[in-house]
Design a protein around this ligand. Structure first.
Ligand code: SF4
Length: 262
């Protein structure tokens, strides 16, 4: 399929996006999986932030084996919880946050579960989640999109944002906080949670493989004929100021083939 590259000038649907998703899905297929409940997904997102997938999954598994009930995790002392979080980035901070977030959910909702959000609008659910300790826009979007809630909302983080900027899926110079909504304004009207999750997964893989920090490998990128940066004289060099620089390391937010996604 040949598509004439076009720089989007407004928030009209971007005609490149179906082709971008097709190519990303071909390069990095994502198997549909059983989805976790929203509280499990949220806790996993908090554990896995800034941490390679394999380490995060192992730590999360240790944690759930040690604390099978949410009330067990709510009541554990941070210094004790820290013992099962070894290898996880910012483990000390997370050992404090995880019990606090569970306590906050119980204080506000009365129960340790988030399934009640199924009856809420996506915007209201997101706002409620982002008032919890340690829950930012990335965690709230992933909880709503990857869990059984299956909301059509895009997860965006610093790395996938760079690919979105280079592909001109967002306005030039747009703040990080606006990027997910700007991309969502451009996706086809019939896209649902599955397509949006696959787009996130593809952008993450693209960033790890070709569209990395510094000079991207546009020659080998499967999107190079759709990307304005590739057609520029020299590809834009972008750094990720708040992240560790290691191209071999998986991104901090991944969509593995388990029931928990990040
Ligand atoms: S063509 Fe280059 S800049 Fe564009 S998405 Fe691919 S790697 Fe990134």
């Amino acid at each position: 399929m040949v598509i004439k590259m076009q720089m989007p000038l407004s928030f009209a649907a971007d005609e490149r996006l179906p082709e971008i998703l097709d190519r990303l899905s071909l390069a990095w297929p994502r198997r549909e999986q059983q989805h976790a409940d929203p509280l499990s997904q949220l806790i996993f997102m908090l554990v896995s932030a800034d941490t390679p997938s394999a380490i995060a999954l192992a730590a999360h598994q240790r944690m759930r084996l040690r604390y099978p009930r949410w009330s067990d995790l709510r009541d554990v002392a941070p210094e004790v919880l820290l013992q099962v979080l070894h290898g996880v980035e910012r483990a000390v901070e997370k050992a404090v946050t995880l019990p606090r977030v569970l306590q906050a959910i119980e204080d506000r909702h009365g129960l340790l579960e988030l399934d009640f959000l199924a009856g809420w609008s996506t915007a209201a659910a997101r706002e409620w989640l982002e008032e919890l300790p340690g829950v930012d826009a990335t965690v709230s979007a992933a909880t709503l999109n990857f869990s059984t809630l299956r909301r059509t909302i895009l997860t965006m983080n610093a790395r996938t944002a760079q690919a979105a900027r280079r592909l001109a899926l967002v306005e030039k110079g747009a703040p990080m906080s606006a990027l997910d909504r700007q991309v969502m304004n451009r996706v086809p009207a019939d896209w649902q949670a599955k397509e949006v999750a696959s787009l996130y997964n593809g952008l993450r893989k693209l960033t790890e493989t070709y569209c990395h920090q510094g000079k991207p490998d546009c020659k080998r990128c499967p999107l190079n004929d759709l990307c304005p940066t590739a057609s520029a004289k020299s590809a834009q060099v972008i750094c990720f100021p708040h992240e560790k620089h290691n191209r071999e390391r998986p991104s901090e937010q991944t969509v593995p083939q388990q029931s928990l996604s990040h």
